[in-house]
Design a protein around this ligand. Structure first.
Ligand code: ZN
Length: 409
C-alpha cells in the first residue's frame, strides 16, 4: 500500500536537503582552475614499497599568505599547477602562480601519527575539544568523552559492516591511507557557526557533512537539546537518538561516504557519478539502533527512500529517467528534482546490488580506477555503464521497475 504521511515527508525533505548541501561542497572543493589538467597521478599508500615520495611545497594560499607544508604530489599539471595531499589527508591545489617551490624529499609519504595528529587538531580547534582515537577514526570533540566514545563505537561498527559487506577477492578493500577524522561540536549552534563558513546558507538545514576535500566528517552532539540535561549513559544516548532517527541517519550517511572514499570503494579525486556514491550512502544509512550490532538490517529496503521512489515512479518519472541518472549529476543539483533523484539513486543501487551484484562490483572497480581530475562527459558515463551492464537500457529499466514494484508491495 502506498500512502503519504506529511510528517515523514517533511523529515525526508529535511534529510535530503542535508545531503544536497553536502554535494555542493564536494563539487566546489574539487573545482580546479581551468588551466590545471591532470597529467600524472600518485596514489599514496601505507605500504612501504608503493608509498609515494614526500614533497615539500611552498605556495601562496587563498589569502595570499605563504605556506610551506609536506605532502604527496597527487597531480602535476602540464602548466606546473599541483594537487597536494597533506599528511592529515586534506587535498590542496596550487596554480603555477601560487606555487613558489616544490622539493622532493628523500623519504616516503606517511600519514600523520596519532600523537602528531592529536597535537595538530588541538591547536586547530583550541580548548574545549578533546581528541579520542579508535582503531580507524580520530574524533576531535567538544561534546564530552561519553558521546565521543559512543560515536567511535558507531563508526567502527559501520566500518566493520561495510568492510565485511564488500571486501572480496574481486573487490579487495584496503586500510585507510590517511586519517579518518570526525569533528564533533557540542550543539547545533556551535556546529552551524562552523559549518556556515564552509557551506554558507546551506548549513541551516544540515546535521553533518563529509568533505572530499578535507576528508573530514563534521557533526554535532545530537543528544544536546536546549534546556535538556546531557546524556549520562550509553542507554541515555540511544534513548535520545531514537527521537531523531533521521538525524542519526545523516551521521551514518556521511560516515559511509568517508569510509567508502578511503578503503577503495571510491576514489576521492576521480569522476564519481553521484548516483553511485549517494546510492552507496543511502544503502547503509538506516541503522537498527534496537540491535546490538546496529546493522542487522543491511540489505533491507530503506523505508524513507522507497516511499519517495514509489511516489516518483507513479507520478513524475520520465521514460529516460535511468539515462539521465547515469549520465549526469544534474538532477541532484536541482531543488525540484533532488529528492526524487536521491530516492532513485537508492532504488537503482539497491536493485543492482541485489540482482546484479557481480556487475555492480565490476562497475565500482572501474569507476574507482578512473584517473584523478578527468571529468567524464555524459556520453562517456553512459558508455562505461553500458560496457558493464549491457547496451539495452530499456530492458534494464523494465527489470528495475518490476523489481521495485515487487519489493514495495
Ligand atoms: Zn551523500
Amino acid at each position: 500500500m502506498i500512502w503519504r504521511d506529511y510528517r515523514s515527508d517533511a523529515l525526508i525533505r529535511q534529510a535530503a536537503t542535508t545531503v544536497c548541501t553536502l554535494l555542493v561542497v564536494l563539487c566546489n572543493c574539487l573545482a580546479l582552475p581551468e588551466t590545471l589538467s591532470a597529467q600524472t597521478s600518485v596514489r599514496p599508500s601505507s605500504s612501504e614499497e608503493t608509498a609515494p615520495p614526500l614533497y615539500e611545497f611552498t605556495f601562496l594560499d587563498e589569502q595570499k599568505q605563504e605556506q610551506t607544508l609536506k605532502g604527496a604530489l597527487i597531480v602535476e599539471a602540464r602548466d606546473g599547477g599541483v594537487v597536494m595531499q597533506t599528511r592529515d589527508g586534506r587535498l590542496l591545489t596550487a596554480t603555477p602562480e601560487q606555487l613558489k617551490a616544490k622539493r622532493r624529499l628523500e623519504e616516503p609519504f606517511t600519514p600523520l601519527g596519532k600523537a602528531e595528529l592529536t597535537e595538530q587538531l588541538t591547536r586547530e580547534f583550541g580548548p574545549g575539544f578533546e581528541v579520542t582515537q579508535t582503531k580507524h577514526f580520530t574524533i576531535c570533540s567538544q561534546a564530552g568523552k561519553r558521546y565521543s566514545q559512543w560515536c567511535g563505537y558507531l563508526f567502527e561498527r559501520l566500518y566493520k559492516v561495510l568492510h565485511n559487506y564488500w571486501d572480496s577477492k574481486e573487490l579487495p578493500l584496503h586500510e585507510p591511507e590517511v586519517p579518518l577524522i570526525a569533528v564533533i561540536f557540542k550543539d547545533r549552534a556551535a556546529f552551524e557557526a562552523y559549518a556556515s563558513q564552509i557551506l554558507g546558507e546551506g548549513a541551516a538545514g544540515t546535521h553533518g557533512f563529509y568533505s572530499i576535500q578535507s576528508n573530514r566528517m563534521v557533526l554535532y552532539d545530537l543528544t544536546a537539546a536546549p534546556g535538556e540535561r546531557p546524556a549520562f549513559t550509553d542507554a541515555d544516548i540511544i534513548r535520545k537518538l531514537r527521537k531523531s532517527p533521521f538525524n542519526i541517519a545523516t551521521v551514518i550517511h556521511e560516515c559511509t561516504h568517508q569510509i567508502a572514499f578511503n578503503v577503495g570503494l571510491h576514489t576521492r579525486f576521480a569522476d564519481n557519478p553521484l548516483w553511485l556514491t549517494e546510492g552507496m550512502a543511502t544503502y547503509f544509512e538506516t541503522p537498527d539502533l534496537g540491535n546490538k550490532t546496529g546493522w542487522r538490517t543491511v540489505g533491507r529496503p530503506n523505508p524513507w527512500r522507497i516511499r519517495q521512489f514509489v511516489d516518483y515512479a507513479r507520478s513524475r518519472r520520465k521514460a529516460d529517467s535511468l539515462q539521465t541518472l547515469i549520465a549526469s549529476d544534474q538532477r541532484f543539483q536541482d531543488a525540484e528534482t533532488v529528492l526524487d533523484t536521491y530516492a532513485e539513486a537508492w532504488a537503482f543501487s539497491y536493485f543492482l546490488i541485489k540482482t546484479h551484484r557481480k556487475q555492480y562490483e565490476e562497475y565500482l572497480r572501474l569507476i574507482a580506477a578512473r584517473k584523478p581530475l578527468i571529468w567524464a562527459t555524459p556520453e562517456e558515463r553512459l558508455q562505461v555503464f553500458q560496457s558493464v551492464f549491457g547496451d539495452d537500457l530499456d530492458r534494464l529499466n523494465q527489470e528495475f521497475l518490476n523489481y521495485m514494484r515487487q519489493i514495495s508491495r
